[in-house]
Structure formats: structure tokens, C-alpha cells
Write a new protein. Structure first.
Length: 457
């Protein structure tokens, strides 16, 4: 079970209980609330990780104004929850408005159980990935030459309508780059809708992206807008495109070529009005291999290519990033402000950071929580034994972490250490590819992200 705090805000007790029963098996704390006047007091006691928010709260009221007001209240929290908007109607304008105002996703009622769980998992994963950042528009930090050049490129391509492909290793900040492009574009008033293409099951690919009409297949209990329609007027961030099966690539290509999509079961296509920003951690040799990625789709997506350099190629950014994240976690965990010793900072800057900024961020969080001295020392960041270090060394071997390769998991290793080692080894095997590692480990990407955070990898 994943430990997460979920709140279901719905005045239909049957709906709320059904969702609660479903989610309770999978997540820790699942609460329901039908009286919205109790929400401020509940938030004062603790903000949930994810809120499922019914937009049409009062029966008979279908303009959604009340639901949107609740959404504003949730988003105004210092550490706002991830919000999944729910609507009983195939009300695309309302869902789009909710996305614009900061909801991360939406589902229509009655929902499909697997889809609801996937939406909550993804909301948790995104929250974990961006945790602590200024939610909505976390700043892309870095004053190195490489980052200054990247920011200048973002500023020049953002106002154009060109599709942009963002390349870079895991954890370098590709999603932040996508957000920066959207924020500086003419579409900034619209939504930036992120879709993890690696996590979309092939069976629901079309329905998720293009939508469906009620009754078009057994589970299609209501009309559903696809991601293309929901992002209308905004940008669609297609993450992990390198993990898309070839059949799905063909469908995406057709939509982009025709600039229209046909929801399953619909008789007419609908024009699309989105700018596509895509990202992958595939290296370019793999991306240009037609057995992995279709050249014609690549050509549609990579009008502009932005490469985000790994942290080891811009080491001068490490002190700035470390200072930023230490400060952020000191505030979050209410710990005193401390300096980093000169020796520790030097070692942080010399470290190779295979997990890039995400790993640095986790190392800072660990130091804030566990550091006991008057200043942070190198040991507080756990670099020597960190998963990052294991990944680096194992990557040069047979793709297995040394502890596992040597069969040294018995004896003095705790279960925690074995789990950490197995995760590091699997990540290394797939060159840091989260989707592939999660699949091999038999857990969701969201669960893997949480474990990476837990182990400071
Ligand atoms: N330049 C930066 N300034 C501040 N924080 C950053 C920067 N780059 C990355 N981060 C932080 O590092 C983490 C990973 O960033 P992000 O999710 O954008 O990376 P990614 O390349 O999309 O990763 P993945 O390929 O694994 O999905 C986030 O917590 C993000 O806020």
C-alpha cells in the first residue's frame, strides 16, 4: 500500500464512498467530505496529497462555479494538494477551466476504476517530482553558461508556435523547461497538460488522447474528452515519448498531420488547437533508430530541439541549486538554517550526479532531515553510499549494482538496503529510464518515484 492522504470532496455520499472503498485498498488515508463549509478547518489540520474534487457540487447546479471556488481555495494553500477534477457531465469547457486554474487532471463520472487509480498515481508522482518547488511555475535555476544559453533559447522559441522536443537525461529538468516554454508562450493563459506517454496503456491510448463517445465500447459509460481537446488553446506536454510503442506512434502521427482527432465512436473529427512540447531521455542515436521511433513522427515533433545538459556538465550550478533546495527543505521541515562546509560543497560540485538535479534535490532533503552538526558535512548528503554512486559504478559493469552482482545481499544488509540496491541496479540497467525500471520492478512509475525519494537516489 502506498502511504498517501487522499480527500474526496463530493456531496453524493454513494459516489464518495465508492471512491473511498476503491482507493483505501491502495492508499493509506482516504477521507470524504460532503459539507464544503468544513473544508477550511480540515485544511488547517493538514493539507491532503491529492483531492478528488467534484466540480458540480450542489445537486442541480451545473455551472461548476462552486467547484471552481473550492479549487481556488485548495490551490491557495502554501503546499497545495494535487487536484483531480470530477464532473458528471461531458463538460469539456468546465474541465478545461479547472485545468487552467491549476487542477492537474480531470475524470468524468461514472469513472473507470483503473483510470481513477492511474489518475491518483500520476498526481502523486507529479507531486513527488515537483515537491517543494513553487507549484505551478517552479523556476528553472542555473547561471552556468549552458543554462544561460538554454534560457535564452527558451525565450526565443517560446513565443513561436513551433513544436519543441526537449532532450536530456532523467532528472535534468525537462519538465521544468516545458513549463518555462509554455509560461512564456502566447498560450500561457491556457493550460499546460502533461501526459506520460510511457505510462499510457496501448488499449486506452486513443480514448485518453482523443476521447470517446458514450457507448462506443463496453466501458464507455459517458462521453469523455481526450487530452487533445482538454488542452485546447494551451500546450500538450508529451513526456517520455521515447517509450511509446510504434502502433501508438502511428496514431499520434495521424493526429498531428491532420491537425484533427476523432473521438472513438464519433462520426466527425474535431480540429485540434494545441502546441506540442515533447520530452524524452532517449539518447539521439536511439531516437533516430527507426525500429525505436518513427522518423516521420520525429520530424513533426522536433521542429525545435532543446538539449538540457546533465548536471555534471554544468557543475558550477551545484552550489546555487544546493543552497536553494537546502533553504527550501529547512523551511519545510522547520529546521535551522545552516551552511555547507567548504569540503562538502567541493565534493558536491565534483560529484557526477547520474540522477541529475532530482538526485541533488533528494540529497539536500536528506541532509536537512538527518544533519546534526552546526553546518552540513559531506556525510549528511550520503554521496559515498548513495544510489547515485551505485548507479554510476554499476553502469560501467554488467548493469547490476555491485552488492547484488556479488551476491552480497545477505548478512549485514537490511531489507531497506536490499530494496535500495535493487532499485539502483535496475535503474542502472535501463540507464535511468524510470518507466522501464518500474516495469521490471513490477511497480508503478509513481511508486518508483516515491521510493527514489525515500532512498535519496
Ligand atoms: N534548473 C533547475 N532548477 C531548479 N530545480 C530543478 C532544475 N532542474 C530540475 N529541477 C528539479 O529536479 C527535479 C526533476 O526535474 P524534472 O522533473 O523537470 O526533470 P525531468 O528531466 O523531466 O525528469 P524525468 O526525465 O525523470 O521525468 C524536479 O524536482 C525539479 O524541480
Amino acid at each position: 500500500m502506498t502511504s498517501a492522504h487522499i480527500l474526496i470532496l463530493d456531496d453524493d455520499a454513494d459516489v464518495a464512498t465508492a471512491a473511498q472503498l476503491l482507493l483505501r485498498r491502495r492508499y493509506g488515508q482516504v477521507a470524504t467530505l460532503s459539507d464544503t463549509s468544513a473544508l477550511p478547518a480540515l485544511l488547517a489540520r493538514g493539507v491532503p496529497d491529492v483531492v478528488l474534487l467534484d466540480l458540480n457540487f450542489t445537486p442541480g447546479r451545473i455551472n461548476g462555479a462552486e467547484g471552481l471556488a473550492l479549487l481556488d481555495l485548495l490551490r491557495a494553500q502554501t503546499q497545495p494538494p494535487a487536484v483531480i477534477a470530477m464532473t458528471a457531465y461531458a463538460d469539456v469547457p468546465l474541465a478545461v477551466e479547472a485545468l487552467k486554474r491549476g487542477a492537474g487532471d480531470f475524470i468524468t463520472k461514472p469513472w473507470d476504476n483503473a483510470r481513477l487509480i492511474a489518475a491518483v498515481d500520476q498526481a502523486l508522482a507529479r507531486r513527488a517530482a515537483l515537491r517543494g518547488g513553487a507549484v505551478g511555475s517552479p523556476e528553472l535555476m542555473g547561471e552556468s553558461r549552458a543554462m544561460r544559453e538554454l534560457k535564452a533559447l527558451i525565450a526565443s522559441v517560446a513565443p513561436t508556435e513551433a513544436n519543441v522536443m526537449v532532450l536530456g537525461e532523467n532528472g535534468v529538468g525537462k519538465e521544468l523547461v516545458a513549463r518555462a516554454i509554455h509560461a512564456a508562450s502566447k498560450r500561457a493563459a491556457g493550460t499546460l497538460l502533461a501526459v506520460d506517454m510511457g505510462a499510457l496503456p496501448e488499449s486506452t491510448f486513443e480514448s485518453e488522447l482523443f476521447g470517446h463517445r458514450k457507448g462506443s465500447f463496453t466501458d464507455a459509460k459517458a462521453d469523455r474528452a481526450g487530452r487533445f481537446q482538454a488542452a485546447r488553446g494551451g500546450s500538450l506536454f508529451l513526456d517520455e515519448i521515447g517509450n511509446m510503442p510504434l502502433a501508438a506512434q502511428a496514431k499520434l502521427l495521424t493526429a498531428l498531420e491532420r491537425r484533427e482527432v476523432t473521438p472513438i465512436g464519433a462520426d466527425k473529427p474535431e480540429a485540434i488547437d494545441v502546441r506540442i512540447i515533447s520530452a524524452t531521455n532517449l539518447d539521439e542515436a536511439r531516437l533516430f533508430d527507426p525500429s525505436v521511433f518513427r522518423a516521420d513522427l520525429l520530424f513533426r515533433l522536433n521542429t525545435i530541439v532543446l538539449r538540457v545538459p546533465p548536471l555534471r556538465e554544468r557543475r558550477e550550478d551545484v552550489p546555487l541549486l544546493a543552497a536553494h533546495y537546502l533553504k527550501l527543505y529547512e523551511a519545510q521541515y522547520q529546521r535551522p538554517a545552516r551552511n555547507v562546509s567548504a569540503a562538502a560543497m567541493d565534493a558536491l560540485a565534483r560529484h557526477d550526479w547520474p540522477g541529475n538535479v532530482r538526485a541533488l534535490r533528494h540529497a539536500c532533503e536528506r541532509a536537512v532531515i538527518l544533519g546534526q552538526g552546526t553546518e552540513y558535512g559531506l556525510a549528511d548528503f550520503a554521496l559515498a553510499t548513495s544510489g547515485a554512486a551505485v548507479v554510476a559504478s554499476a553502469g560501467q559493469e554488467a548493469g547490476l549494482a555491485p552488492a547484488i552482482a556479488a551476491g552480497a545481499v545477505a548478512g549485514d544488509m537490511t531489507l531497506e538496503a536490499i530494496e535500495r540496491s535493487a532499485i539502483a541496479a535496475t535503474l542502472s540497467q535501463f540507464n535511468g529510464n524510470i518507466s522501464h525500471a518500474a516495469k521490471t520492478l513490477g511497480i508503478s512509475r509513481a511508486a518508483l518515484y516515491r521510493k527514489l525519494g525515500k532512498h535519496g537516489i
